[in-house]
Design a protein around this ligand. Structure first.
Ligand code: ATP
Ligand code: MG
Length: 202
């Protein structure tokens, strides 16, 4: 384990934001590896309410995405799922997520976990300076995306964590279900069953 620059003694809480439509093993390995490498005492998964980047697309119901995230993380006592973004009526911005989680964990150091694709768009985020003041960042590699060319704002605290490359996306899982193809072992077993029983993505 290593976490250069962490503040000694403060609990480290990871935040894994995402649409999770559906949650898949890429998300879970990213959170697990970030937790291990950076000594996080817990990881809070925060499914978005209405993600602002995906305003035009049709996204599955928040309660279905929340339920799948709960099912997927139930085996890890240090993983939990937050409803902060689901209960906000406005579209989700990470700055709001982090403000709410900071209020819930006032003594913790927050670590926002992102894949390389998401981190590459960071400079377009709302209130990006406040985002970087509220949380340290952990970036993980994602096949097809490079984190190298992104210049975070001065003062940003970013740790890069290498995880086994997992070429899985929610987009591909949805496409597979629509085409009648299997998603077994791309997403956790209870999520396969949930998607099937709710008839999602058909
Ligand atoms: P979609 O295809 O609908 O955009 P997605 O697979 O990209 O779905 P998101 O919910 O958009 O999943 O991603 C949530 C977070 O997880 C983002 O920070 C994203 O970069 C990261 N992530 C998603 N899939 C992977 C993966 N396979 N490896 C590493 N990080 C990932
Ligand atoms: Mg995505």
């Amino acid at each position: 384990r290593s976490d250069p620059g962490a503040i000694a003694g403060r609990r480290r809480v990871g935040v894994m934001g995402g649409t999770f439509d559906p949650i898949h093993h890429g998300h879970l390995v990213a959170a697990s590896e970030a937790a291990y490498r950076c000594g996080l005492s817990e990881v809070v998964f925060a499914p978005t309410g209405r993600p602002w980047q995906k305003a035009g697309d049709s996204v599955s119901g928040a309660e279905d995405r929340y339920a799948m995230t709960v099912l997927a993380t139930s085996g890890r006592p240090d993983f939990s799922v937050s409803r902060v973004d689901l209960e906000r009526s406005r579209p989700t911005y990470t700055v709001d997520t982090l403000r709410d989680l900071r209020d819930e964990h006032p003594d913790a150091e927050l670590y926002f976990i992102t894949g390389a694709d998401t981190f590459a768009g960071i400079n377009t985020w709302k209130a990006v300076d406040e985002v970087f003041a509220l949380a340290r960042f952990i970036t993980v590699n994602r096949p097809g995306y490079s984190v190298g060319c992104v210049e975070p704002p001065p003062g940003a605290r970013v740790t890069s964590v290498e995880m086994p490359a997992m070429d899985i996306s929610s987009t591909d899982c949805r496409r597979r279900v629509a085409a009648g193809e299997p998603i077994w072992y791309l997403v956790p077993e209870p999520v396969v069953r949930y998607i099937d029983s709710r008839g999602l993505y058909r």
